[in-house]
Design a protein around this ligand. Structure first.
Ligand code: ZN
Length: 424
């Protein structure tokens, strides 16, 4: 019962409390929160406790990424839980698909592991209800007291998502490991008000709707867990006749959510997002997160493996948090043109170029296999225009072969359009 009240508290706080009228006011709030979390970690995390760190100067704190977080897992977390125990519990939950792994009161989760190592994450009940309250406030189209049905398509269920459930809010988890056809009939019976799924699943559902195999009319559609490409977004939006919203969430935190205008705002009231600039002209950067509320497992100066592009336009909704134009994908998928030094080619260039010549071809994939070879895989009924190849070779002057694209059957995988298959 206590946690139900607490969820409600965080819901109200996110909906009405943490609102800022100006950038300056938001930044003042961030500075206060930053000091508070740094002081807490200095006192509670053995890793930071032994170091000579100032809670007034974030730049003196060590930088972190998934590798560092896992290497120092035991000393970093404030719950005194060893990595081995957490890994064991998390893996067991994935194989049995019983998603309630806990150590004492702490929930354990695994990150998807696209960047080689799988991260293990610990969440306290308070952090969990804070997440639920916040996400409900940010994403529910109606008040928390209105009956709403949420359909949630994900690779793995998690305590975190289950916690959103209540008597008023019905919540149904669709396991992407199960056959997709089954889900269509279940979804038809469930008739969700809110549909949450990775973009490729939303695309398949839109297709089913277009073909008359599905007749649902959700009032809100939210894309999660993968890059939402513009053409896919437009298609889903056209079929379901509405804006497509996004939640950009990682095991590291709730990083960004769309506002009523459909613009993706960084959740700067929850975390400090520093930018490691990749390309000044385009506003491309890697986010470095410092979460104000993660007290069990510190997320301090944590560098994500994602590339984002900042929007140059302010949002008319009034939220002074920065707006993300697009989430471009993993840093590991930046392609490289030969030369000394190697010249980076960002995935978005390739995607835009293909779509310029082949407006909406369904899905395709561009794989750079080595520094000399790449492959463009297109659906079987799509012919590659010679000009497209010429243009591609101009930005990536290597051998590019055309191949047949085989639609992914495993929906639990990320559906990347641009992939680099070698390391530099
Ligand atoms: Zn906005």
């Amino acid at each position: 019962m206590f946690y139900k009240f607490l969820t409600f508290f965080y819901y109200l706080r996110a909906k009405y409390g943490l609102r800022f009228s100006s950038r300056a006011q938001l930044e003042r709030y961030q500075q206060k929160q930053l000091k508070r979390i740094l002081r807490y970690m200095k006192n509670h995390s053995p890793f930071y406790h032994t170091k000579n760190l100032s809670d007034k100067d974030l730049s003196s704190w060590p930088c972190m990424d998934k590798r560092v977080l896992m290497t120092h897992f035991d000393e970093l977390n404030t719950a005194n839980i060893p990595l081995e125990q957490a890994q064991h519990v998390a893996r067991q939950a994935e194989t049995t698909r019983d998603f309630t792994p806990k150590i004492g009161k702490y929930s354990v989760g695994l990150s998807s592991g696209t960047s080689g190592i799988r991260g293990v994450f610990l969440i306290s009940p308070r952090e969990q209800v804070q997440w639920s309250g916040t996400i409900l406030a940010k994403m529910l189209p109606h008040s928390i007291f209105c009956k709403q049905k949420i359909a949630f398509f994900l690779r793995a269920d998690n305590n975190l998502y289950e916690s959103v459930k209540s008597r008023i809010i019905q919540f149904k988890f669709f396991d992407l490991k199960k056959p997709f056809e089954q889900h269509i009939s279940t979804l038809q019976i469930f008739r969700p008000d809110i549909l949450v799924a990775p973009p490729m699943v939303l695309y398949l559902l839109a297709q089913a709707q277009e073909q008359g195999k599905l007749h649902i009319s959700p009032i809100k559609i939210i894309s999660v867990a993968d890059v939402l490409y513009d053409d896919v977004k437009q298609y889903i939006s056209r079929i379901f006749k509405q804006k497509i919203h996004q939640i950009y969430q990682a095991t590291e935190g709730l990083i960004a959510c769309t506002c009523a205008h459909g613009h993706l705002h960084l959740n700067e009231e929850l975390m400090l997002v520093q930018q490691k600039c990749l390309d000044k002209n385009s506003g491309r950067f890697i986010p470095i997160l410092t979460d104000f509320n993660r007290t069990t497992q510190p997320i301090i100066r944590y560098e994500l493996n994602d590339m984002l592009t900042l929007s140059s336009k302010p949002c008319p909704c009034g939220n002074p948090s920065l707006v993300i134009e697009r989430i471009e994908g993993r840093c590991d998928d930046v392609l490289y043109a030969p030369g000394n030094p190697l010249r980076p080619v960002f995935p978005d260039f390739i995607v835009r170029l293909v779509l310029q010549y082949l407006p909406f071809v369904g899905n395709f994939q561009f794989r750079q296999i080595s520094l000399t070879n790449a492959q463009l895989a297109l659906p079987v009924d799509v012919k590659c225009p010679p000009e497209l190849l010429t243009q591609l070779k101009q930005i990536l002057p290597i051998q590019i072969d055309v191949a047949e694209y085989r639609p992914a059957t495993n929906l639990t995988r990320k559906q990347k359009r641009v992939v680099r298959e070698f390391s530099v």
